[in-house]
Design a protein around this ligand. Sequence first.
Ligand SMILES: [Zn+2]
Length: 315
Amino acid sequence: MLIFRCLAALLAAAWLAGGSQALAQPDRPRAVQVAPDTWMVQGLSALGSAGNRNFISNAAFVVTRAGVVVFDALGSPELAKELQAEIARITPQPVTHVIVTHYHADHIYGLQVFKDAGATVIAQRDARLYLNSDTAALRLKASREELFPWIDEQTRLVPADRWIDGPTTLTVGGVDFLLQPAGPAHTPEDLVVWLPDRKLLIAGDLVFRGRVPFVGQADSAHWIEALDTLLNFDAQVIVPGHGPVSASARADLQLTRDYLAYLRQAMGAAARNMDPFEEAYARTDWSRFERLPLFGVANRINAYNTYLLMEQSGR
Ligand SMILES: [Zn+2]
């Protein structure tokens, strides 16, 4: 009896700590329904590696009577094929569209699988700059080594068939998808998708749930503005680019926003005072965020990038 009570308490604690995030995640895409006719697969909370086949990001899909709309294509063609199989398990409908939230490797290396199967790829047009850059080519080259054999010479970058420029409504099988450009924030080409009929937001990497985001070279001031825009959607469910689905949409948007704002506040003050980074970092109280997953690997580099950004631009 006591064992059962302990187990129940543990499960309740895991649930309170963020639901499935506290439980082991399958290491292959498994579709979980998150809203009517809407499923997601959840990537591992880890860095990409050959060991995990770069399965570190989420994807989602909506089944309509005129085809399936997919959001992001996972981090390797192999994973995309498994996502295809998950979709086929649920519906005989073909995938007609893939909407790319941004062109980071872990979200797009699976695109060629859907493209070759006839889907139309849609993305925000500022991604073209990245796709044509040396950075993208070098990244793919490095991935062919680091993520071999999952990323190899056959893996290619797939541009969109349709580049969008401003807010765009896509209607498939009677379902409205509002495509809302939200960059430059996490990337220049950030695109979020709002499904008004189910109050569902596909947020890409603008919202991280249950982990510290990778800020990278992102413009955190614009990112905060973008989150303010998302807070205006009356979202009940958020599918983030990483981590579990969120039924506490506002709180999660707020946490990502607060983290970015805190980085800017702490590192901005240090940069203005010309305090050395090491000193400022050690002095900063990180207690509100330090228990989040990936804090250990992401926070210091996030703080450092923010320090440099604030030092160079003062913004
Ligand atoms: Zn990502």
